[in-house]
Design a binder for this molecule. Structure first.
Ligand SMILES: Cc1ncc(COP(=O)(O)O)c(C=O)c1O
Length: 346
């Protein structure tokens, strides 16, 4: 890693503070040279630390549910996405977003990572940020589970809690306004718009599924930022256009699947591609909660609401086909939903 003296970073910082409009071409060369160096010293040991983090992301194991689903020639599998850094599927997107911002020099000392999240992306950012020394400000709906809020606070994240009635749309709006007001202070990661979100699944989740289950015929998962469905789906379609992609949504705007969006009434994420899914199914909160109880009773596993809802969708698809391999994701486990689980499993 090339060394860079402190003064060189200050050079850029001072010009930024003075609203410096840009150097002439000779100066630009020097500016870029310094800036490259700044990127490499941006956060101490960043390259090595990114490699350590990378090794802890993805490659999640499959699970089947033999006590709740058996049918000749039809198999259902789910990827246990909580078995990776920070305990959820969102480690993939958060890592790809942070790494790209560091590589491009959008995130460097003096900048704060800012985003809106329903919780899991925030927890992933917080793990990554704490390790790399990146300060974080996150906007999240005030009704996010107590465990999520506590984890984020314990990792030194500055939290801005937004109205429970506006869901993640309200959190997004707050984050966007903050980023517009103070562009010098924040790197606005914007997971709903950031291409690295779906690409993380294109390069990761999709490739892993094809390696683990080359005979996959159906992929089923719920839509939040939509990154996991779009990225995984695009990779699977590229390999075999006959693989059917089924997206899931809650059946109404006021639902209990934390992390999901009701796209008909929500702000549609910019990374969403409405033409990708072969089919869209609606899942009710009641079905998801019932599935939490069933999986607990029959398989001894406690799922989160969105994981249970994904399984409801996968089993519905599996019940309608005569032959195939249906794959879904379990975005996180029940660790962050204590209050709900206590009620459901009493
Ligand atoms: C628990 C949970 N399930 C599902 C999702 C949806 O995943 P995606 O944002 O990739 O659409 C999220 C996203 O935050 C989540 O936290």
């Amino acid at each position: 890693m090339s060394a860079c003296r402190r003064g060189e970073y200050s050079y850029i910082a001072i010009h930024k503070r003075n609203n410096y409009k840009g150097p002439d071409s000779g100066a630009l060369f020097i500016f870029n040279m310094f800036y490259q160096n700044t990127k490499s010293i941006a956060f101490p040991g960043v390259k090595e630390k990114l490699a350590s983090l990378q090794a802890r992301i993805g490659n999640t194991p499959l699970i089947s549910f033999p006590n709740i689903f058996r049918k000749d020639q039809v198999m259902v599998y789910a990827k246990q996405e909580w078995k990776q850094l920070s305990g959820s599927v969102k480690a993939r997107a958060a890592f790809a977003i942070v790494r790209d911002a560091l590589e491009r020099g959008q995130l460097h000392p003096g900048k704060i990572l800012l985003d809106a999240t329903s919780g899991n992306t925030g927890i992933a950012y917080a793990h990554i940020g704490k390790f790399l020394g990146i300060p974080m400000t996150l906007c999240l709906p005030e009704n996010a589970s107590a465990e999520r809020i506590e984890i984020l606070r314990s990792l030194d994240v500055k939290l801005i809690l937004t109205s429970r009635f506006e869901g993640t749309d309200g959190a997004q709006e707050t984050a966007r306004a903050l980023a517009e007001n103070k562009p010098d202070q924040y790197f606005y990661a914007d997971q709903y718009k950031n291409e690295n979100n779906w690409k993380a699944h294109y390069e990761g989740t999709g490739v892993e599924i094809l390696r683990q289950l080359p005979g996959i015929t159906h992929f089923v998962t719920g839509l939040g930022t939509t990154g996991s469905f779009i990225g995984t789906g695009r990779r699977l379609k590229k390999k075999d256009p006959a693989i059917r992609l089924i997206s899931l949504q809650p059946d109404n705007p006021l639902h209990g699947m934390e992390g999901w969006k009701h796209l008909e009434t929500a702000v549609v994420p910019q990374i969403y591609d409405p033409w990708l899914a072969d089919e869209n199914l609606e899942i009710s909160t009641e079905e998801a909660y019932e599935m939490i109880k069933t999986v607990h009773d029959k398989e001894g596993l406690i799922l989160s609401p969105s994981s249970a809802a994904n399984l409801v969708g996968a089993l519905r698809v599996a019940s309608q086909i005569e032959k195939g391999i249906v794959v879904t994701l379990l975005p996180d486990n029940a660790d962050k939903y204590g209050e709900l689980i206590k009620k459901l499993l009493k």
